[in-house]
Every structure is written in C-alpha cells, then in structure tokens.
Design a binder for this molecule. Sequence first.
Ligand code: DGL
Length: 266
Amino acid sequence: MSGAIGVFDSGVGGLTVLRALRKAMPDARFTYLGDTARLPYGTKSAASVVRYAGQAADALLRQGLSCLVVACNTASAIALEDLRTRLAPLPVVGVVEPGARAAVAATRSGRIAVIATEGTVRAGAYDAAIRRLDPAASVTSAACPLFVALAEEGWTDGDIPERVAHRYLEPLLGVATPPDVLLLGCTHFPVLAQVLARVAGPAVRIVDSAATTAAEVAAMGLAVSGPGSVRFEATDGAGRFARVGAAFLGEAIREADVTVLDLGAA
Ligand code: DGL
C-alpha cells in the first residue's frame, strides 16, 4: 500500500513517537494529527475516546495512508480494536504492546511500575500486555494526569515537576520490594524523563514505547517513496502546537506548516 504513515495523538505527546519513527524511517512520508481541541483524552470516558479516535483516523484515512500509528496510549488502550475493525485491512499499530515489550526487556526483577493517564490505567491494557509477555511479572500502575498538563505547559524541569513527581511516584516506588522499571505509559511523559529519573533514582530504569513502536513499524516493510517529510495537522491552535510541539519532536515546527482541521465537520 502506498501513502503516508498516519500518526495520531490527542495532542503533541505523540511527537515523541514521530521523532523515533523519523529516525527509524528517514525516507518515509508522515502525516501527524494532534487532536488538540479535545485534549486531554486521559480523563474522558471510553465512549468519547473511541469516538474521537475514530474521527481522527477517518480524517487521516481520507488522505491515503499506508499504516496508522496510534501514538497515544489512552487511544491505544481503549480504541485500538475498534480502529482495527473500522480501518481493516489497513495496518494499525498502537503503543501499548511495544511499550510492554520494552518494559519486559528492561526488567531484571520482573517488577514493573506503569505511569499513564486515568483512562489507560482504568483500561488495564498495560497489565494485560505485560502479563501476556511475562505471566510472572508484577505490575503496579498510577494515573498521573498532571504530568500531561506540565508537559503541555513546557514545565519539564525544576521544582514544580519534581514535587509533582515525588507525590505520584512515592506510592509506586516507596514500597518494600520496589520495581526496577518505570514505564512511561503516556506519550507526553518522555519530555519529563530527566525529572522522573532523578526522583526515581539510579536503581530504576525509565522506558517508553517510542523506539519499540518505531522498530515495529520499520519492520513492516512498508513501501517508502521518499523524500522523507512530515505534514502537521491539529484540531486547534497552530501556534501553540508549533511552539509546544518543538520540545516533543526535538526540532522546530513552523506555525505556517500546521494545518488546522475541524474533525466534527470533516
Ligand atoms: N498522549 C496521551 C497518551 O499517551 C495522553 C494525553 C491525554 O490525556 O490526552 O495517553
């Protein structure tokens, strides 16, 4: 199948996955859609997440895709099966399975802590995915919704994110037999990785799903026509998307290069 690789998230978080995808497939064409008008997904009901994800996928599909990457853990945890059914035979790749693989590969003790949005934790998708790979693994998880706001605000270092991280991580890590892996089960969290590593300490490895997701897509052998490019789309606020998104993507985004879509009217 020809066409761009569609990458979608509730906002700019999925740009951390796009960054890994571009590194793994520099000649591929990508279209990235951030549903910034409806962020956050993590606090919404499952029915809303399924509806939003379906509308975002349809908007990308109309442009012609070779594959859809759901670069949002919340949508992957809640809406992946629905998207696969709706878009078949288009390949749809989520970030939960690749994240679980990264965590299982990294742990020595078999004890894994997952931090994610409320929706992802409630869906129990990581517990299930990790236990499928290692039935003996012990998984604890916590919803950390404020991390999404801090990441979007660009408050990724210093006193405030550090205090929030202490508060969220203490119940997970301050236990008799602590985990040795902290899995970032939200694509917004990698920009907080330094703070999280400082708070978690050297005995805890921090992993996320970006590299393993990119490796999975690269291994699919999609026809890549080149030259490599990215089209950026958002459902609100081209300027904010460009400004905030740059830190997630690791390179500048020009506001003029961000197209604003209305998914409801699409
Ligand atoms: N980036 C989304 C995820 O990975 C979370 C942000 C949100 O709550 O919309 O789950």
